[in-house]
Design a protein around this ligand. Structure first.
Ligand SMILES: *Cc1c(COP(=O)(O)O)cnc(C)c1O
Length: 451
């Protein structure tokens, strides 16, 4: 199974090489040459497995011969050591004891160590990269720009791994207090994961990482690798939970169409969902929720794609004006707007609407949503009003509300208890470096710390 550059299909690489190279030599995004489509018999078998074992079976079709079936099983069982629950707003869980409890679910993807869905991709990617590198004496430097959650997930997944130094670039004042605490307390002094507070916006951080990659001298000197969703190793694992959970839902609701709503920014999560659908996951459509940074929702409505500078919002992990994975989505649908808009439906919401919705849901049911999840929930409501369809609703819960306790507590006027991993991080001393958004400054810092 090979990968090709989305901008030049003649440029190809194996999975492992695409993972370590991050981008194709022409600057294109790596895409799988083919996506295996499973038969209904095969999907039924996969749905009956545990999530980790199902993920390993799916991964088999995306990797190269450096991974045996046993390797993949070990990687996925180890990476996915936490639950992937489908819950109702009343707190009921879908499982074999409660078939068909409702037609309205939150898929809580925030029970991993850093309490956001990015753990799913980061933990697979980290283990896959170290599996490949354990066979060589290579070193790698990971640069990761984060608007909050990616940095934590990548830092956690790569912490303590030999041969890999991780530098997390976050916008100063642009992440929640708790996210910043999490980013800046990983490992001890001198550990392989370092946080850098950039005096600028998330777009500045992302641009800095892109500039470093575009600089051949820096790329070679530091063996740079990206862990942002430009890396195909981040996107593939995000198909696993769509595939597996849609099969759990199909078993509980036979014959009823299933629709997922995804609060989106860089569109990596959506790309994972679209790949799952191509593999045969029984998913009817995807609803996309944007905050006011909504170039993709605009595209779905008009066919025109206009990237623009991002503006800060309450749902900061989605403050993206130029979504990285937009070209991947076009590539999956042969650059055909009609095919994309048949599968995807979108709506965007202001912070005021999001806040009101979080309050309304909390007072109606007691369920506390993070602001991102609330945007997805609003989009699902808007979609239900727009279509005449009887369907199973699944809103993707992307982060634990406690990660955004500073805003969530203000909005719902209630304390949000911190889960254990966050409580631990809150007690640690922060370590970080402050830097202007300049490539020279980054180069000088890496020259000292990337060894
Ligand atoms: C990263 C993130 C998103 C956006 O996901 P994309 O894959 O960038 O579209 C949404 N919500 C939360 C909490 C996130 O961390």
């Amino acid at each position: 199974m090979n990968y090709h550059s989305h901008s030049d299909p003649k440029i190809t690489a194996s999975f492992g090489d695409a993972l370590l190279a991050s981008l194709a030599p022409d600057g294109g995004l790596w895409m799988p040459d083919e996506i295996n489509s499973f038969s209904p018999q095969e999907t039924a078998k996969l749905g009956a497995m545990s999530f980790g074992d199902c993920a390993a079976e799916l991964a088999r079709h995306f990797v190269d011969d450096r991974f045996s079936n046993e390797d993949l099983k070990a990687i996925c069982r180890d990476a996915y050591s936490f639950p992937v629950p489908l819950v109702t707003l009343d707190g009921e869980k879908l499982d074999s004891a409660t078939p068909e409890i409702a037609r309205d679910y939150i898929l809580e993807l925030f029970h991993g160590p850093t309490l956001a869905f990015k753990d799913f991709a980061a933990r697979f990617m980290g283990r896959a990269a170290s599996h490949i590198m354990s066979k060589t004496a290579d070193k790698r430097t990971i640069l990761v720009a984060t608007s909050g959650d990616t940095g934590g997930a990548i830092g956690d997944a790569f912490l303590g791994q030999d041969g890999i130094n991780v530098f997390i670039l976050f916008p100063k004042g642009g992440v929640s207090k708790i996210q910043e605490q999490q980013l800046c307390t990983m490992g001890k002094a001198g550990s392989n994961v370092k946080a850098i507070s950039i005096d600028g916006t998330f777009d500045d951080c992302q641009q800095l990482v892109k500039d470093a990659f575009a600089n051949q001298d820096m790329t070679e000197r530091y063996s740079l690798m990206s862990a942002n969703s430009i890396n195909v190793g981040r996107v593939i694992p995000q198909s696993f939970y769509y595939f597996w959970t849609s099969l759990q839902l199909k078993a509980a609701h036979p014959g009823v169409p299933i629709v997922y709503s995804i609060p989106s920014g860089n569109l990596g999560n959506l790309t994972g969902g679209l790949i799952a659908k191509k593999m045969g996951a029984p998913i009817e459509r995807f609803v996309i929720g944007n905050n006011t940074n909504d170039p993709f929702v605009d595209y779905l409505g008009t066919g025109e794609y206009t990237p623009r500078p991002s503006v800060p919002t309450l749902s900061n992990a989605m403050d993206i004006g130029r979504p990285n994975n937009f070209p991947r989505i076009l590539d999956l649908y042969d650059n055909d707007y009609n095919s994309v808009s048949e599968v995807c439906w979108g709506a965007s919401f202001s912070d005021e609407e999001t806040e009101r919705h979080m309050r309304r849901i909390f007072s109606a049911s007691g369920y506390v949503m993070c602001p991102h999840t609330a945007v997805g929930h609003l989009a699902m409501e808007a979609f239900s009003e727009d279509v005449d369809l009887d369907f199973v609703k699944v809103v993707v819960g992307t982060a634990h509300p406690a990660k955004f306790a500073d805003s969530v507590e203000r909005i719902i006027r209630e304390d949000v208890p911190l889960p254990k991993p966050l409580e631990k991080a809150m007690r640690k001393k922060k370590r970080f470096h402050i830097m202007s958004p300049s490539l020279q400054a980054l180069d000088a810092y890496l020259a000292i710390h990337a060894e």
